[in-house]
Ligand binder design. Structure first.
Ligand SMILES: Nc1nc2c(ncn2[C@@H]2O[C@H](COP(=O)(O)OP(=O)(O)OP(=O)(O)O)[C@@H](O)[C@H]2O)c(=O)[nH]1
Length: 546
């Protein structure tokens, strides 16, 4: 075996271990889906969910070296297909066999299962340390303003306290008053002194009363990441911090593999998963559209020759749908005929890979295409001023969330937010000032909400927030807290200062169960908020019975 093959086999073994550790969770998901189906109101969708979970497990078990799991899952799938004709007992029995098979495997590998269960995601650190004289009013005000954007600020008086703080838990960044202490550059000098004595500093932003070259130069020489003249507009500082603080690693690329050759498809999936991508395999091309809608891949990797529906036909089906304009299509085939390659590209494919393909070539081609699909999708999905989801994308996300909530029976909240008297802001301070206000609200929403929440700019000064797994009482208090924070932001433009407020309307699922009534309810609640004085959040009234 060559060194490369050895490495590949090792990687496969690693993947196999990961798959094995997650098996109990997959069986638990199947058991949950079965409970949902059995207890009213079980729907056709719940039955499909259950069938798909069992089918996926049946399809992947053997590929990962667990044929007994595949067999038990396939038996369960067959019984589910025949249900309710076969009765609950048969399903329970098949489920028990699957559970037993997986429990046995899990007990052999309890150690790694525990390790996998213990993996907890952390949220990015957003605390900052401000080094300034305690009596400095502009610095106190800046701290308060940054607090509205979701940064936690701790103020320290001297470099001794700072050194202790850095040793405990380093903050995301330091903000240092350049003239803090004695002397013009004493704040800067303190940082230089700390660095020279071997203390590792996070990025430092200097605040200064004076905008002269000497002070700026001192800041640059001290390794400053930014230099701001007092009084600092908090939105500028928030923007600089946002660029600096590393965000969570991007979502892994999602690849849908369509190939009727189960072994080859599983192998491609293993290779791509090993390279950090998420994959889903479909062996029946006619199921691809359904999986596409459910999985939302960045890229579809498909075999050209397949029974019933070949790759070119499937590409045509995908390309006819606007929702998948940004999805890459890569063909795989052992056919080296170049005219066929051209034909495949004309049919909407982005690349054509000839088999057999070394793993690193597959990973490189797919990763490059995933990246391009991501970039294209970002342009298509984002509002250029605020960077939030644009109108069509937030609507799409809302519908997706609604479908998920229906499927899982979880609540979610929907809020419509609209700036108050925004026309006056434009009229009095100019359009550019209005744009800055829109950006500041966008920043506040993104910083203060969870990563799983969805925020979009619906139109001019209207925003939509979707809060998954949140009931509307929680949503009311979250949106109201945001309202209060936003009202506290001082917007500064050419020496003048002003504040802006927003009004909000909140509605939720399952109180309103379809998209139209839910959005209309939130809109009406917003209208009530405007009519009753603005700068408030109103909950949609309960729907009339019947
Ligand atoms: N600066 C800026 N203004 C915008 C943008 N999009 C829409 N607007 C402005 O937003 C203002 C909305 O005004 P109205 O619909 O009258 O609402 P309002 O003044 O906020 O009043 P209420 O909603 O009733 O509180 C208009 O003046 C639009 O020109 C934009 O991208 N930038």
């Amino acid at each position: 075996m060559t060194e490369r093959q050895q490495e590949f086999e090792q990687q496969l073994a690693e993947l196999q271990r990961g798959y094995r550790v997650r098996l109990p969770q997959r069986v638990a998901a199947i058991a949950l889906a079965w409970n949902r189906l059995r207890e009213p109101p079980g729907t056709g969708e719940a039955a499909l969910d259950l069938q798909r979970l069992a089918h996926n497990l049946a399809g992947s078990g053997t590929a990962f070296g667990f044929p007994a799991v595949s067999k038990a899952a396939r038996d369960l799938e067959t019984v589910i297909e025949a249900w309710p004709g076969v009765g609950e007992g048969a399903v329970e029995e098949a489920l028990a066999v699957l559970h037993g098979t997986v429990t046995e495997l899990a007990s052999q590998d309890a150690g790694s299962a525990a390790a996998a269960a213990g993996a907890v995601k952390t949220t990015p650190l957003l605390d900052l340390v401000l080094v300034a004289d305690s009596g400095s009013e502009p610095c106190r005000e800046l701290a308060a303003q940054l607090g509205h954007y979701g940064y936690r600020i701790e103020q320290l008086r001297d470099s001794v306290a700072l050194e202790q703080r850095l040793a405990q838990k380093p903050p995301a960044a330091l903000i240092v008053d350049a003239s803090h202490g004695r002397g013009k550059f004493s704040g800067i000098e303190q940082m230089v002194h700390l660095q020279e004595s071997g203390v590792a500093l996070p990025p430092v932003f200097y605040l200064s009363d004076r905008d002269d070259a000497r002070t700026r130069l001192a800041g640059v020489r001290a390794g400053g990441a930014g230099f701001f003249i007092k009084p600092v507009d908090a939105i500028d500082m928030a923007a600089a911090l946002e660029r600096l603080i590393p965000h969570e690693s991007p979502e892994p690329g999602r690849v849908l593999i369509v190939d009727d050759d189960t072994v080859l498809a599983a192998r491609h999936a293993l290779v791509l998963e090993q390279a950090g991508m998420r994959t889903r395999v479909v062996n029946d091309p006619l199921r691809a559209p359904e999986e596409l809608a459910d999985f939302h891949p960045d890229l579809v990797l498909m075999e050209l020759y397949m029974p019933e529906c070949d790759g070119l036909e499937l590409a045509a089906i995908i390309r006819q749908q606007e929702a998948y304009m940004g999805t890459s299509i890569v063909f795989l085939s052992s056919d080296t005929d170049t005219s066929l390659h051209l034909h495949a590209l004309r049919a909407g494919g982005d690349d054509y890979l000839v088999k057999p393909l070394p793993p690193e070539r597959l990973v490189a081609s797919v990763a490059a295409r995933v990246q391009r699909a991501r970039t294209l999708n970002t342009f298509m999905a984002r509002d250029s001023l605020t960077g939030l989801y644009n109108h069509s994308r937030i609507e799409e996300q809302f519908l997706r969330e609604l479908a998920r909530a229906h499927r899982l029976g979880t609540p979610f909240a929907y809020a419509f937010i609209d700036l108050d008297h925004f026309k006056q802001v434009n009229d009095v301070y100019g359009h550019a000032a209005g744009d800055r206000v829109l950006m500041s609200l966008a920043r506040l929403l993104v910083h203060r909400l969870r990563r799983t929440d969805l925020v979009g700019r619906y139109g001019g000064e209207e925003f939509i927030v979707v809060l998954p797994d949140t009931d509307w009482e929680q949503a009311m208090s979250i949106i109201d807290e945001l309202r209060e924070s936003f009202a506290g932001i001082r917007h500064q433009i050419a020496g003048s200062e002003f504040r802006v407020t927003f009004s909000g309307g909140v509605a939720g699922f399952p109180t309103f169960s379809d998209a139209v009534t839910l959005a209309r309810a939130a809109d009406q609640a917003l209208y009530t908020a405007k009519r009753t004085g603005r700068n408030r959040v109103v909950r949609a009234p309960l729907p009339r019975p019947g």
